[in-house]
Design a protein around this ligand. Structure first.
Ligand SMILES: C[S@@+](CC[C@H](N)C(=O)[O-])C[C@H]1O[C@@H](n2cnc3c(N)ncnc32)[C@H](O)[C@@H]1O
Length: 184
């Protein structure tokens, strides 16, 4: 269960159309939940589905398995071969690339939130924070998953300390969940 969804639902009115990005999509379970519960002008779904050096998540999977996972994600979110889809009435776009490269395709201050759930190694979480922070509008939300990973905690804590940012009082991990977030 991810707790950023009810938080966003509470933070925005039902008629507001969010622009958001999920970094690391896997089979699309979290993305479908976002589409089922929130309104979007656009939800960017960033995942290369690539067996690559530097990523040890799902370490037993070969490239054929990643291709299958991508297909399952596209089916779940009704995404066609151009990468565009409509899931529960919400416009989604698959960016089949590394999160650091996908950030280059998004304007600064374009998003209401980013949800970081890609490579959980320290260097990658740090890079995701550094490259995606400016993509979020001032007042928007920088969010992520898997707070129990020491690597996630280190990268997030360092990033926030350097900028004197504090967690929102409703932030998931402060209430015992695995999601965390702070205001941009
Ligand atoms: C923990 S899963 C994501 C789960 C998903 N957010 C959900 O709610 O079901 C991590 C995903 O991150 C992707 N990934 C790994 N490195 C990445 C990177 N550098 N940029 C974007 N995605 C990456 C993997 O392909 C994998 O599908």
């Amino acid at each position: 269960m991810t707790y950023h969804v009810p938080f966003l639902k509470k933070a925005y009115s039902d008629s507001y159309k969010l622009a958001g990005a999920e970094l690391g999509v896997f089979e699309g379970e979290g993305a479908v939940r976002l589409c089922n519960q929130l309104q979007f002008s656009i939800l960017y779904l960033v995942d290369p589905y690539l067996l690559h050096k530097g990523y040890d998540g799902y370490s037993g999977y070969d490239q054929a398995e990643w291709n299958n996972i991508e297909e399952r994600m596209k089916k779940a979110l009704h995404i066609d071969d151009t990468g565009i889809g409509v899931c529960n009435g919400q416009r989604v776009k698959h960016l089949k690339m590394m999160s650091v490269d996908a950030a280059k395709t998004i304007d600064d201050a374009a998003l209401d939130f980013v949800y970081i759930d890609a490579n959980h190694a320290y260097e990658y979480v740090k890079l995701d924070l550094e490259t995606w922070y400016d993509k979020v509008k001032p007042g928007g939300w920088v969010m992520g998953h898997d707070w129990p990973y020491p690597t996630v905690q280190q990268a997030v804590n360092e990033f926030m300390a350097a900028r004197n940012i504090h967690f929102h009082p409703d932030s998931g991990q402060l209430h015992g969940t695995h999601d965390w977030w702070f205001r941009r």
